[in-house]
Design a protein around this ligand. Sequence first.
Ligand code: SF4
Ligand code: SF4
Length: 444
Amino acid sequence: MNFIEKIKNAGVVGAGGAGFPTHVKMGTTVEWLLVNAAECEPLMHKDKELMQHYADTIVQGIKLAAEHTKAQKIVIGIKSKNTKAIASLNTAIKKANSPATIHEFADYYPAGDEYEIVAGITGKLIPPAGIPLDIGAVVSNIETLYNIARAVEDIPVIYKYMTIAGAVKNPVTVCVPIGTSYNEVLSLAGGSTLPAFAVIENGVMMGQQVSDLRKTVTKQTGGLIVLPADHRAITRYQKSTKEMNRIGKSACDQCSYCTEFCPRYLLGYDIQPHLVMRGLGFTAMGQDFWNQYASLCCNCGLCTLYACPEDLYPREACFQAKANMQVKPDHSKHKPIKIHPMKEYRRIPGKQLQNKLGIRQYDVPTGFIAEVYQPKEVRISLQQHIGAAAVPVVEVNELVQTGQLIAHIPEGKLGAPVHASISGRVQEITDALIRIEGEGEEYK
Ligand code: SF4
Ligand code: SF4
């Protein structure tokens, strides 16, 4: 079996959030392989822990990815504050005689945005609405490269590393089988320190509040942040879209701070959230003109959670604008991209962002548990990736072993297969999931 088949069969998808099937990305030829180790969501530490503990495996994944994409320039982008992770990577690079180099960033947000990381390392700008491949680069996340190295050893993606932080007894990074419930994952951090709390998955800036803690871990889950139920980062989102729009329409004074701090605008792209906010005062037809200024939004949240002095929702306005856009903007007609002269001076330091968000007190050293947690039951989603949902190949009541294929990619479709993350008996199969109950020595 060749490299691409191995990572396809192992179900490797982008672990940095999007869940794009990795075998497609790795089937390209590029000049640059950029390793996204920026991990800029406040309080999230799982990539840092992976680099500290599994640097050899990650460097092996980088080597394999570079060989197969024929990349000549291999650069790991990481924040200079992660000194232990950098030391572990440097040791592993030397040991493996790898050509990979390390590019250090200051601690700012959003260092991990693909457009940002590509510009910061290569000095090139991705064309508007383009992808890194357009400038001859592939960007891969740390955990994805870790999974690539394991896939080549025929180990499928069945576990997920996650940081549990915020108002919990023991903030920690853990390794859990895919399909474990958030309730159980929280208990690994000792549970919340508060009687009334709320949980955000995948980070305060770009994540979402979890409405039901029976939700389960997927290949895209990176962590859980626990906050007081009345925390501003929670209550601000308890408004309906209609309410957000009504307030935005009446209170936006067009100060344009949202645009002036927008990282994509500062890179030179034609994105202007204050103009999207202006559109809220127009009819649906009139709004379409202003909506085009949202098309290059990366959803980083800086405008809503940091820049706006009126506590409005420009990010959410951009989100709606993209969904409602009738006429797609023709980016080829836009003026050439030129980095804003104030770009470097308007970076948002990580600590400053934490202060603004009111989460600085939760920025404490976290533990790391290498041992894989064993839940009694897993509910494994069939849609953990971009593309078509996986199709079950097992039946109810069937005994399955850890790592066994339980759902495959539909014929001719983009997708990723799904494997059993624990050994046990299949109890339920629906359109959305496969439920396995643990059986065997470890479950007695
Ligand atoms: S920063 Fe806030 S008030 Fe100013 S233009 Fe943007 S949305 Fe309007
Ligand atoms: S969320 Fe706001 S700051 Fe971030 S890219 Fe979109 S418009 Fe710019």
